[in-house]
Design a binder for this molecule. Structure first.
Ligand SMILES: [Zn+2]
Length: 166
């Protein structure tokens, strides 16, 4: 059997990184208690969060430090896309990337849809409960669908034994 190398244009597509939603653990007790971020994930702030003006917390996959995304600086749309792109708040860290937050909208799973139109491959992201709903969100067009699946990207090296992939 002969192996062939796929030279499709997919290798030229720069894809965003997907941050999964995780419940970050607290370490320490009482006034010394601190939240511990899981790299490559985001944390949903509670309704009564003392962090006024904060959108959410992001744990950098590069330096493992926590960044607070502020409402005045960033926007997160219904697709979970962070705009402008996420730049780690740590001065020693150069992590800067377009990111999407899984389960940002209604707690639904973020889906990635790969399409091709006139030889150009594109990825579209949306929150959905299944493939059919994701396809519905994509809408009409002259594209051909290559695949639809839950989006995965970064995984924290967490208690479930998942590894960070960056
Ligand atoms: Zn960083």
């Amino acid at each position: 059997m002969q192996l062939t190398i796929d030279r499709s244009p997919i290798r030229n597509v720069v894809r965003p990184l997907i941050f999964s939603r995780e419940d970050w653990p607290m370490v320490g007790e009482g006034r010394k208690a601190q939240i511990q971020g899981l790299p490559g994930t985001w944390f949903k702030l509670p309704e009564n969060s003392p962090l006024k003006g904060a959108l959410t917390l992001i744990c950098c996959p590069g330096c493992k430090k926590i960044s607070i995304l502020l409402k005045k600086d960033r926007k997160i749309d219904v697709f979970g896309k962070v705009s402008p792109s996420f730049k780690c708040a740590s001065k020693e860290c150069s992590f800067h990337h377009t990111i999407y937050l899984d389960k940002w909208h209604d707690g639904k799973t973020l889906y990635a849809i790969a399409t091709i139109e006139r030889g150009k491959i594109e990825f579209t992201y949306c929150h959905a409960t299944n493939d059919t709903e994701a396809r519905f969100h994509l809408g009409a067009g002259r594209y051909k669908i290559i695949g639809i699946a839950p989006a995965i990207g970064l995984w924290a090296n967490d208690r479930n034994g998942r590894d960070l992939s960056v």
